[in-house]
Ligand binder design. Structure first.
Ligand code: FAD
Ligand code: UDP
Length: 366
């Protein structure tokens, strides 16, 4: 049987495309190499607790269209992410706000905090930040950079902060109010009952094959449909012919603990370099569930090599040039499209992926 579309990957990008194209009457086959749906937003229940199997996923967006879209597939709670940073046993509030400034310097007013940061910035004479270190210092001063950013960043990315692009740190708000909300977005929450149900609903009535890696049967699968949407790594699709793009990988260490409350917060970051994990997630706090036990996950960053899970694209100049070459190949394709975090090689959050997938479908002008 010939399908209209073969969709490679059942993450958010692939599943939105499958859902929208199915609604328009096209016949779809989704292939997924993992043994479950949902890509990196996969959640799995453990006795009442929804465990985020590929790292904490907190939905946030300013885009009402995107928020309304995702709310069609699940009801969201009002979770607000307020991570705690642990540096050498001392606790600080994140993101960088008046609580953090008070904990660090004892300053009590926005004006005092502002002057303290300006005083620290001045010493470095940074006009146009060229890397993450310079960007961080010019945003927030030397103390916060050294205590809350440098160690975390260097273990997360496996390279010196002076060798990383400035934009990575711009994700974090800096505020002169006592507000521990990690995001500035208007809409935020966690789907009650987990993320997997969203993908299950999107793929209702659509043919899906799990444990099916495109590359184990590439030509036959590509020929099974008129058109293809590929959401895996773009460099892998082209057999790494120009070389591999760089990614950062992760190792998730899960532990079930027989106590109801391990750390009192969903996310605790460990910002010193010497502790090998970046954060501990305690999943039950995303859902406010009451259970006798708890599940925690330590997140260890690790080097990536071909064959490992590619979690974070490393969007520096070198990789941007290499991606451009693959993109040129992709642009010449007539029946194969590329989309999502890995195929577009972008540090996308979920809301970016939804926006990108919906625009992609619109642009097909079907
Ligand atoms: P993916 O979810 O990666 O889906 C791609 C799918 O394709 C996968 O299921 C993969 O197995 C499959 N695939 C790949 N190659 C093949 C092949 N050859 N054959 C068959 N199948 C294949 N975003 C937020 O908004 N908030 C957060 O708090 C947040 N936290 C995150 C934490 C971590 C640790 C990570 C890594 C990401 C986080 N994100 C967060 C980002 C979010 O996970 C992504 O934006 C989103 O899930 C990407 O969706 P996608 O469909 O593009 O990719
Ligand atoms: N970061 C940091 N200290 C922290 C949290 C984040 O230095 O306690 C930096 C780090 O470089 C990280 C970036 O900010 O990669 C973005 O953080 P975010 O929490 O958005 O990362 P993600 O959830 O995507 O891993």
């Amino acid at each position: 049987m010939k399908y209209d579309y073969l969709i490679v990957g059942s993450g958010l990008f692939g599943s939105i495309c499958a859902h929208e194209l199915n609604k328009k009457g096209f016949k779809i086959l989704v292939v997924e190499k993992r043994n479950h749906l949902a890509g990196n937003i996969y959640t799995q229940e453990n006795n009442g607790i929804q465990v985020h199997k590929y790292g904490a996923h907190i939905f946030h967006t300013n885009n009402k269209l995107v928020w309304d879209y995702i709310n069609r597939f699940a009801e969201f709670n009002r979770f607000t992410n307020s991570p705690i940073a642990n540096y050498k046993g001392k606790l600080f509030n994140l993101p960088f706000n008046m609580n953090t400034f008070y904990q660090l310097w004892g300053v009590k007013t926005p004006d005092e905090a502002y002057r303290k940061i300006e005083e620290q910035k001045k010493v470095f004479h940074i006009e146009k930040p060229r890397n993450l270190e310079e960007q961080a210092i010019s945003l927030i001063g030397k103390d916060i950079y050294e205590i809350l950013i440098k160690g975390y960043t260097e273990k997360q990315w496996g390279r010196k902060a002076t060798e990383l692009p400035p934009f990575i740190i711009n994700r974090l708000p800096v505020r002169f109010t006592f507000d521990n909300n990690y995001f500035n977005d208007k809409y935020q929450g966690i789907p009650i009952g987990g993320y997997t149900q969203i993908i299950v609903k999107m793929l209702e009535g659509i043919d899906v094959k799990l444990n099916t890696d495109l590359f184990e049967n590439k030509q036959k699968l590509l020929d099974s449909a008129e058109k293809v949407i590929f959401t895996g790594p773009i460099d892998e699709f082209y057999d790494y012919q120009y070389g591999a793009l760089e990614y950062r990988s992760l190792l998730f260490e899960n532990e079930i603990i027989n106590e109801p409350n391990y750390q009192g917060n969903a996310v605790v970051n460990y910002t010193e370099y010497e502790i090998p994990y970046t954060r501990i997630i305690e999943h039950k706090h995303f859902d406010y569930v009451e259970t006798e036990h708890t599940v925690i996950t330590r997140e260890y960053p690790k080097d990536w090599k071909i064959g490992d899970e590619a979690y974070y694209p490393i969007n520096d100049d070198k990789n941007a040039k290499l991606y451009k070459k693959y993109k040129e190949l992709a642009d010449r394709e007539t029946r194969i499209h590329f989309g999502g975090r890995l195929a577009e090689y972008k540090y996308y959050d979920m809301h970016h992926v939804i926006d990108s997938a919906l625009k992609f479908i619109d642009n097909l002008k079907l």
